[in-house]
Design a protein around this ligand. Structure first.
Ligand SMILES: *Cc1c(COP(=O)(O)O)cnc(C)c1O
Length: 365
């Protein structure tokens, strides 16, 4: 079999270990694995299946279509699948029928959900959807403002009494930018939970933290922590390697060395079959390296179908060698977090943008 020009190797064993480590760390809080953006390029269905096999009972999907796709792929009703971002006019009927948990930020959203629930309530199999009522605590991404919160909760409680929904959870998204901001957001959130409970909402689950604060601070974990980046072994705070926080990068991007060209004066360059058409950012040229046979070579150009590396005398790769763009670091390569730092973006962004046409090869645990 001919080796592919480029491939993203996704190590499900590393994913399993990362998730087990993160679960232990946040316990007794639960861990929700967030698989939005195709699990940041790692593949939402294989990642969700591996997470569930590893004991995870909550998956964050972002949108209803992704949530339904996960159900169709066999993620069963014993696993919470949460959607929270909707286009205007979202039809919630199928989501309710497939027992998707629904984030709710506003009265119009709540009305769309209760309308759909009303239509389904006549059927024998109707189960009221679990709502996750979202409060904005300062990030202004979505969520009800403190001023709108009591009316949203009261309307949800009314709908619960009518048998249409369950006021299952309260949540927010904290900025994870500064400790003080996060502390303030936590206080606002706990106040919001008290208000909701006084209004008659049950709120069995409270969640607000993602990878960064969820790993660093015990006080923000509450009942559940939602993590994406750390599950794939990409540190989401500065100054640490994945290993230092107990994680292993899950994706390794590999491509073939196509040709080596002598430039004179003992200088040479090599062509590697990974370009911006594959999602390799152009600005890794001049900032990042690629490893071949354990030796790092600086990237000098990124073209559409290939990139060019400078090779020092005596270290010339041969055509057919495998170049490791980023990975665990075990074979001398940089990690994607290093790529992000060196090229002025996030490791998350780099894996997320690796093109869909780059084949993913899954290593079983
Ligand atoms: C993306 C997202 C997360 C996960 O963020 P990470 O920093 O990758 O852990 C958690 N919660 C919500 C609401 C998100 O949108």
């Amino acid at each position: 079999m001919t080796a592919p020009l480029i491939e993203a190797v996704v190590d499900l064993g590393a994913l399993e270990k990362n998730i087990a480590h993160l679960r232990r760390t946040v316990a007794p809080a639960d861990l929700m694995v967030v698989v939005k953006a195709d699990a940041y390029g790692h593949g939402r269905v294989p990642v969700a299946r591996q997470a569930v096999a590893g004991g995870i009972r909550a998956i964050g999907a972002l949108d209803v279509d992704t949530a339904l796709e996960l159900r169709a792929a066999g993620i069963g009703d014993d696993v919470t699948v949460l959607a929270w971002l909707y286009p205007p006019g979202q039809d919630f009927g199928e989501a309710i029928a497939r027992r998707i948990d629904l984030g709710v930020s506003s009265l119009p959203e709540l009305r769309s959900i209760t309308d759909a629930a009303q239509r389904l309530a006549a059927s024998e199999v109707f189960v009221p959807p679990h709502l996750h009522l979202k409060l904005d605590t300062g990030l202004h991404r979505n969520g009800a403002t403190a001023a709108d919160w009591p009316a949203l909760v009261a309307a949800a409680v009314d709908a619960e009494r009518a048998g249409l929904v369950r006021t299952f959870a309260a949540w927010t998204h904290i900025a994870e930018a500064s400790e003080d901001d996060d502390t303030l957001a936590l206080e606002r959130f706990l106040d919001g939970v008290s208000v909701a409970r006084e209004l008659g909402a049950s709120i069995e689950v409270r969640h607000l933290a993602a990878s960064s604060a969820g790993l660093r601070r015990a006080d923000v974990r509450l009942d559940m922590v939602r993590m994406g980046g750390h599950c794939w072994g990409i540190p989401s705070f500065d100054g640490v390697t994945p290993a230092e926080i107990g994680l292993t990068p899950v994706m390794t991007l590999r491509a073939q060395v196509l040709a080596v060209r002598e430039l004179g004066d003992e200088r040479a360059e090599a062509y590697v079959s990974a370009g911006y058409g594959d999602g390799v950012p152009r600005n890794v040229a001049g900032s990042c390296c690629v490893a071949v046979r354990g030796v790092q070579h600086p990237i000098t150009r990124v073209e559409r179908d290939h990139l060019v590396i400078a090779v020092a005398p005596g270290t010339e790769p041969a055509p057919g060698d495998i170049a490791v763009l980023f990975g665990t670091g075990a074979d001398g390569e940089q990690t994607v977090r290093q790529w992000g730092d060196l090229s002025g973006t996030l490791g998350d962004e780099i894996t997320t943008r690796i093109a869909a046409r780059v084949p993913r090869r899954y290593l079983a645990p």
